[in-house]
Design a protein. Structure first.
Length: 95
């Protein structure tokens, strides 16, 4: 339970950090769902899968961007690897 709790809370904080670019409140709403799910066990698995899917979308966008524009900075490669790591941790936690 503790790893799932930490995973969801840290993902929510990261998403709230990204929310400064969000003008519609969607990121904040998703982050709120993840925080609630960390404390409400029946939603934990669903929330972890939503983190995995959310990060998978970021990975796909980043791969397309890198393939079209090239790797302009190694920072993007590190972000890509971090997103893939978050996906793998999420999949591990759902098993």
């Amino acid at each position: 339970m503790l790893p799932q709790y930490l995973y969801l809370i840290s993902s929510a904080f990261a998403l709230v950090y990204l929310a400064r670019f969000d003008h519609y409140g969607v990121y904040v709403a998703i982050a709120l769902f993840w925080v609630i799910s960390a404390f409400y066990k029946p939603l934990s698995s669903l929330a972890i899968w939503s983190v995995v899917i959310f990060m998978l979308a970021f990975v796909l966008i980043r791969i397309v961007d890198i393939s079209m524009n090239g790797l302009s900075n190694t920072y993007y490669l590190y972000i890509l690897l971090g997103e893939i790591l978050i996906i793998l941790i999420g999949i591990y936690l759902t098993r």
